[in-house]
Design a protein around this ligand. Structure first.
Ligand code: NDP
Length: 287
């Protein structure tokens, strides 16, 4: 059966490929960026069948597709499909931004990590330099954030994960970038950190990582990669332990999109107004 992407070939097309993808905020974010910068484009969310990722990407390119964002579960498939990769995509083993050249060659980048760093440092004024950082989780998002985190020159990064071997693998891969160590959650007792990043998928299930409350000290910044229409369970827990600088991942989402927009159009849109717009639209005005 032939695939119909229903693209308007008279206009430059962009899309996010995922499965599921209906929930994606990317069409809204990119439409706001386009309006702000006066760039005409069509951006839609396309649900791609699991076994047809490569086929869909090539078809999209052939129908005036200019660029793609890639979300769960295809970031590693995208990495394998690309003809060229940026250095940060190569290191992370994942791709969330694709663009095509005249010959329909596929080029890949990852902007998730830069998105997190921009949200932490620019939007929220958190200085990472010389700070101790705890990263909880060792999945796809952590692969993407480690290199940009190291670029900020923290004193130390500790990766805690349920499956410790995955954390160890990451320390082996990224140890040339900075001072990184792996440990179990139990080994965190009696240790505290300046910055704690929850990169597990636990908030989605309304659960907390098994982390001792002593990891939080005066002035610890707590950041949950997840966002929703209200504070995540991790954010509430962090506040109960006395943390005052507590953030969700909505800013990261918008910042990674802005980096993709810049890759495609060579223009960096304003993100603050878009983050505000999104918070209003999902009914989340609390920080
Ligand atoms: P992955 O599925 O790749 O990794 C999930 C991580 O959570 C693993 O480290 C896993 O540990 C851990 N985990 C899952 N269940 C448990 C449990 N019961 N107990 C302890 N640890 C557990 O997910 P991603 O890295 O892609 O995404 C993580 C989160 O970040 C998601 O909530 C996602 O929505 C969010 N995200 C947000 C972005 C943004 O722009 N704001 C961008 C990307 C991601 P183990 O290795 O042991 O399985």
């Amino acid at each position: 059966m032939s695939i119909d992407l229903s693209l308007d070939t008279s206009i430059n097309n962009y899309a996010v490929f995922g499965n599921p993808v209906k929930h994606s905020k990317s069409p809204q974010i990119h439409s706001l960026f386009a309006r702000q910068t006066g760039i005409t484009l069509n951006y839609q969310a396309i649900e791609v069948p699991h076994e047809k990722f490569g086929e869909y990407v090539k078809l999209f390119a052939s129908q005036k597709g200019k660029g793609l964002n890639i979300t769960v579960p295809f970031k590693e498939n995208a990495f394998s499909l690309c003809n060229t990769l940026t250095q940060r995509a190569e290191l992370s083993g994942s791709v969330n931004t694709i663009w095509f050249d005249e010959q329909n060659n596929i080029h890949g980048d990852t902007t998730d990590g830069k998105g997190l760093i921009n949200d932490l440092t620019i939007n929220n004024g958190i200085d990472i330099h010389n700070k101790s950082v705890l990263v909880m989780g060792a999945g796809g998002s952590v692969k993407a954030i480690l290199e940009p985190l190291c670029t900020e020159k923290p004193e130390q990064i500790v990766i805690a994960n349920r499956t410790i071997s995955r954390a160890v693998q990451l320390t082996e891969k990224f140890s040339v970038q900075g001072n990184i160590e792996a440990c179990s959650y139990a080994e965190l007792s009696n240790r505290s950190f300046d910055i704690i990043i929850n990169a597990t998928s636990l908030s989605l299930a309304g659960e907390l990582p098994p982390v001792p409350e002593t990891v939080i000290k005066n002035n610890t910044c707590c950041y949950d990669l997840m966002y929703s229409d209200m504070n995540t369970i991790f954010m509430n827990w962090a506040k109960e332990q006395g943390a005052t600088k507590v953030f969700d991942g909505l800013g990261m989402l918008v910042e990674q999109a802005a980096e993709s927009f810049n890759v495609w159009h060579g223009v960096k849109p304003d993100t603050v107004s878009v983050i505000e717009n999104l918070r209003k639209s999902i009914g989340n005005s609390r920080r």
